[in-house]
Design a protein around this ligand. Structure first.
Ligand SMILES: Nc1ncnc2c1ncn2[C@@H]1O[C@H](COP(=O)(O)OP(=O)(O)OP(=O)(O)O)[C@@H](O)[C@H]1O
Ligand SMILES: Cc1cn([C@H]2C[C@H](O)[C@@H](COP(=O)(O)O)O2)c(=O)[nH]c1=O
Length: 215
């Protein structure tokens, strides 16, 4: 099944840690609800009971055993298969807007550029799981690393969140991830880059401009 047979809109929000994906998805959902659209807000890894359990394994620190990059990659796609079949495709088929916090571009950036896994393998898994389904629009929230990481740290401290298995990575890892997102944005027509280092009101004005092209 491809996007051509789907009635809804599939919008993904991408970017590094703390750039404002969740904040802007909630804002976009509210904006669309007010205009009468059915909106599903979801996230990856996650979005179903099984996929959320996989997320927990992916994000929590494991003591005494290191998760292999290939294991990480397969778990991300296992969660995605469940999420696509159970939540995303049915919602698109009935005409809803699906706003998803991260999708396969995060896999290409984190497991491909970040961990150094082979892009051909990633694309083969993508084809197997997505069967040609792509987001209609991908909003890349882009900010210097220190801006996003500073925001994520402050949010984590005030909410008492535990640091996850990705957040403890070295700066060089996040630099590679950011290069990955920038390379994707330069090569895929569905990407739009939003400067996420701006004040939130300006970021949201830009997000609305992008949504207006699809309503
Ligand atoms: N443009 C902005 N200016 C200032 N603060 C912002 C801006 N956008 C988001 N924030 C704040 O930064 C923090 C991180 O935002 P948010 O949780 O939306 O990011 P995220 O990209 O979803 O993070 P993560 O990758 O960790 O899930 C929050 O406290 C949020 O209120
Ligand atoms: C979808 C996806 C996610 N990740 C990583 C990226 C983040 O560090 C975490 C998710 O947590 P957040 O609250 O959304 O920041 O998972 C990944 O490595 N690969 C993926 O495909």
């Amino acid at each position: 099944m491809t996007n051509d047979t789907m009635q809804g809109r599939f919008i993904t929000f991408e970017g590094g840690e703390g750039v404002g994906k969740s904040t802007n998805i909630e804002f976009a959902a509210h904006w669309l609800h007010e205009r009468g659209f059915e909106v599903i807000v979801t996230r990856e890894p996650g979005g179903t009971e099984i996929a959320e359990r996989i997320r927990n394994d992916l994000l929590k620190a494991h003591h005494g055993e290191t998760m292999q990059p290939l294991t990480e990659l397969l778990l991300v796609f296992a969660a995605r298969a469940q999420h696509l079949l159970q939540v995303i495709k049915p919602a698109l088929e009935r005409g809803a807007w699906v706003l998803c916090d991260r999708f396969t571009d995060s896999t290409i950036a984190y497991q491909g550029y970040g961990r150094g896994l082979d892009q051909t393998t990633i694309h083969a898994l993508k084809e197997l799981v997505q069967q040609g389904l792509e987001p209609d629009l991908t909003i890349l929230l882009d900010a210097p690393l220190d801006v996003g990481m500073g925001r994520a740290q402050r949010r984590g401290q005030s909410a008492g969140e535990e640091t996850d298995r990705f957040e403890v990575e070295q700066r060089a890892f996040f630099e590679r991830v950011q290069q990955g997102f920038q390379a994707l944005a330069a090569s895929e027509a569905r990407f739009r880059i939003v400067d996420a280092s701006q004040p939130l009101a300006d970021v949201q004005t830009h997000v609305v401009m992008l949504l207006e092209e699809w309503v």
